[in-house]
Design a protein around this ligand. Sequence first.
Ligand code: NAD
Length: 465
Amino acid sequence: MLDAQQAAFRAEGPVSAETRRDRLQRVIDLLVKHNDALCEAMGADFGGRPALFSMMNDVLGSLGSLKHARDKFAEWLPDQPRPSVAPFDNFGATAWVRYQPKGVVGIIGTWNAPLFTLLSPLASVFAAGNRAVLKPSEVAPRTADVLARAVAEFFAPEELTVVTGGPEVAAEFTRQPWNHLVFTGSTAVGRQVMQAAAANLVPVTLELGGKSPVLIGESADIANAAERIAVGKALNSGQLCVAPDTVWVPAAKLEALVQGLQASYARQYPQIAGNADLTPVVNERHFARVESYVADAGARGSRVVMAGDWPSADGASERRMPLRLVIDPPADAEIAVHEIFGPALVLRGYASLADAVAQVNAGERPLALYYFGEDAEEQRWVLDHTLSGGVSINDVTMHPALHDAPFGGVGASGMGHYHGHEGFLEFSHARSVYRHGSHDPRLEWGMLPPYGEHFVQMIRGAVTP
Ligand code: NAD
């Protein structure tokens, strides 16, 4: 597939604006045509994920990126003139940067947002004029199959195609000499992907995860913060790369936060078992993983508070889980070490915000960071003293929805980004071009060997502070 795509890419020559627009439009069209089948497949893969959520997160989320790219990329295409080199610029030498497609991009996606993690980066990849091969997650196999069939209906395999399979296929995929590789997934697998890509010097965009912190300042409205956190944490039952993971709150306000989270969660989900609005945990393995994190914290003496009813016995098999709040677990508890990626939240009371920030900064750089508060000075201080992929202020999980701003991580949460102009740049090669002018003055100005004293003085005179 890669060979066929690279051959077609070479044969194609420059990729016209019409071709790019047409490719973006066909992805939009396939989503519009097959959105019900895709949402049904996502529902089945999760064992009951609400179609409405799949529609919002994966269909509309992807459509947003694709339409933005379709409507904006023409502004990003033109060559950019740059200052030329003195003294040749006096004789008409010019310079510019042109943005050329890299070629064929491999894109590996996750199960938690099985369409978005493939099609949102694809928007930037196609806008930049590339071809692509998609590798969906094996944990959402029905979605992968429906997507593969839909793509085959709208695209020749030399343009866009889908490879399905498990970790072995994925590992083999990362060993191919792509012109660029996009990987969305865990930090641990991201390390392996980068190692495999290094063998062929393939540039990588790594969209990884981590423990996204929420910092609640003294000036925050606790009821409002609780409401926004409960709403954001409930999305996909916390199985979101930017889901709040650990909440830092002034110690005196911790109880108010607990009560606010409980009230908001219970209002959204008056019951857990059989609730069609609540996304189940994707499979038994992840259900057991989240359970074990909470149980481990409980066994170490941490207070665990439930927000929402515990499902009935047969509810456990449907994998809908209430939100559990784990308060001040020890630093080496599993839930404090690993990305939670499910319906549980760590709450930590702090004595000073500076201490909380110091503890956040002692860990890996997160994908998202959230700040709640009305104190503009403190807000600026938090932005100045932390680093994360992106930030939402007085809300959670919102910044990935910005189609005209880069989405990506930093440090352990990834590298590179897609969305908007930055996404176009990520998958383009920025190629510098210098064009000689009408005249070369070097010989007559004594700038060529044998060098004279005049030229020596001229060069010496150019060494200025
Ligand atoms: P994962 O790392 O287990 O799997 C992701 C993909 O990697 C799958 O398609 C899988 O087939 C493939 N894979 C498995 N083994 C591989 C190997 N050895 N080499 C190459 N590929 C391999 O992640 P997951 O469980 O699907 O997703 C959860 C993680 O993804 C979380 O950490 C979450 O935060 C992160 N995530 C990040 C973003 C983002 O945009 N930054 C979005 C969604 C999820």
